[in-house]
Ligand binder design. Sequence first.
Ligand code: C2E
Ligand code: MG
Ligand code: MG
Length: 753
Amino acid sequence: MPAPITPLDQNKDDQDDLVFLEEHPAEPAAHPTREVWRVMIIDDDEDVHSTTTFALGNLDMQQRPLEFVHAYSASQAREMLKHEQDIAVILLDVVMEQDDAGLHLVRYIRETLKLADVRIILRTGQPGYAPEIDAIRDYDINDYKTKSELTRIKLFTTVTAAIRSYEQIRKISNSRRGLDQIVHASTELMSLHGVHNFAAGVLAQIASLLHQPAHGVLCVQECPDSGCHELMAMAAAGSFSHLDGLQVTSANDQRVSEAMEHTLDERRNHYGNGAITLYFAGKASRAFVAYLLVDRPISEIEERLLEVFCSNVAVGLDNVELVSHLHNAAFYDQLSKLPNRTRLVEILDAALAGPAKQDASLALVDLDHFAETNDALGHQFGDLLLLAVADRLQTSLGQQLTVARIGGDIFCVLGDAAQVNPAMILALFQVPFSIDGQDVQLSATLGLVRLGEHDGTGADALKDADIALKRAKTQQRAGHFYFSRSMGVEIRERVRMMHALRTGFSQNQLFVVYQPQIDLATRRPVGAEALLRWQTPDGKFISPDRFIPIAEYSGLIIDLGEWVMRTACRELVTLRAAGHDNFTMSINVSQVQFRHPYFLEMLRRALADTGAPPEFVELEITESMAMEEPDLLIKMLGQIKQTGVSIAIDDFGTGFSSLSYLQRLQIDRLKIDRAFVTEITGSARGSSIAEMVIQLGRNLGLAVIAEGVEDERQAQILQALGCPLAQGFLFARPMTADALNGWLSNDALEGVA
Ligand code: C2E
Ligand code: MG
Ligand code: MG
């Protein structure tokens, strides 16, 4: 080991940077892992190697000793530099194999090996071999000295300056790399959903930033006004994994909780020898703290990077809270805090995938007439009521079953079939709900699905339950209904037909036929009923009894109905032009059309556009429709009457209209349903419903027409009972417009039958 060196020239400026080891040449051995500055000497002159190491030998710079690496030619240096790491300074001879071998090597180091940090000091024996000024700049050559210039002292100062410069460069590029990593880490963290994932990500990123294995724990401390809660571990990794989700005091390791408390108190990071504790400022009442094991001291630059990281992450931890709030909003009903539809579908999917499926049932619980209650008593009251229902379902069933709220007034119960018992669930509604000291009696309707019989997704199961619910609602006093496969087939068929009908309408597969109406006394036609027909491309006729409900359900009836109205009105105008002056046209109007806000306007426009005289147009509405919402209907009928058209009640006798109510409706005629016409021949005279309807018409001053007259006897009885008009196969089947025109001009003029 060379003797310690004392600089000969005690130049103060140079001295500041140098630390000399006077008496402790063995010092480095005491720190086997101590970091060193690596200095490479490249020179073909062996003497230069030994004088250099001798001159710099026991020098310590910034508390680190130097370590020398030797190469004796440019080519040897090239090979070595491919593998050597962390060379701080290269002392490079310019003239070796060739006169400019050193300069070529510099280019190779910078351009090919891309070693940008290493400091290069060029030395040459002869001043004539000085590199161009450009080369010095382009290749970032630190210093250029002739060998004779480089006295020992000059060598110290030159190498010291180079090492300082190297250290500076390393810091900058390290922190740039670190910052890159932080930016990268933050982006990665943001993509992690959930507080736990985020926290675990933070631990992993800190460890990777420090090139350390992740052994640590990240805790949150909530400090509301009432005082601070225990430190809770949000995530834990490596040898701390067992702490995940626990209070950190259960760590059995005082050091962890103490270090954390200390860090929280001081609100700053602590870098210990075996561990670091990091502080993340959260929102006002919340802070986060991480404890990680490290197996080496943390460098100053790493400390600064960690500080940047911590402030970045603090924002993220608060954001992730926000994200989890959003997550919460996405999966839980905000009013009742019960799982919402999305969450229920997830739960259902899981249930359907597991063995519990066989014994599980799903029930939709729909509150009857909730909308009315809500409207009448206000939304706040409605919300309280919903909360009360949620609470009752949850407390009575929630222990064993999943209770969810999947729509305004629709709750859902999922679980073991024995417990998802319709009678039991409905019984929960027998006791009134008390809201603001007021008792509210509610009832509910259930749609159920047995998951064991279901082979679709969770969303499908919900749809099926909904179908069952609709069925339960339409069947009066059913209370509940179980979904069955046939219902599904029916629905799918309906959906298929809905599409086919839409296409059919746009492709002119639908047309209107006309069935003449006859004066029984003269047997002459007095009018016709317009009836819609649908012939599919394969030639099949689909009955309006099947497709009209679908058109109503899908809303297509609005367009379809308008089209029928216009077609029939035009036909009326055509017939009038052909001389059938007193001919009337009856047009069926569906309830859905009738309720449409623009119905009146549509009617007026159809009449105006086609030029059909309103007094020869009659609208047929069904008796069931006449029974609903009396006030609205009375008003509507009044307005319709003002257009000049008349109104008939179709299928009369099938509903339950009360006499007094009928009197209030501005109607013109009753149409005796075919069923009562058919039974007329079987029943004793004077006791048939048809006869009563005829009587009723007479009493109320309404015209009466019988439909579905198929044989002569029926026609005669009806006539004898005082029914003036009739319609039926006996006289004529529904026919196309052309056929009607022909029929009217031939047979009709002769009198039918
Ligand atoms: P509806 O208005 O009561 O029409 C009378 C139905 O009885 C028609 O059936 C007609 O073809 C049939 N019919 C007439 N005479 C006889 C007979 O002597 N014997 C028998 N067995 N049947 C007879 P269609 O055309 O199948 O219509 C069925 C129902 O479809 C109609 O009942 C009506 O409610 C509805 N509908 C038809 N076209 C339209 C329309 O354009 N709009 C609306 N909203 N509904 C329509
Ligand atoms: Mg009709
Ligand atoms: Mg009818």
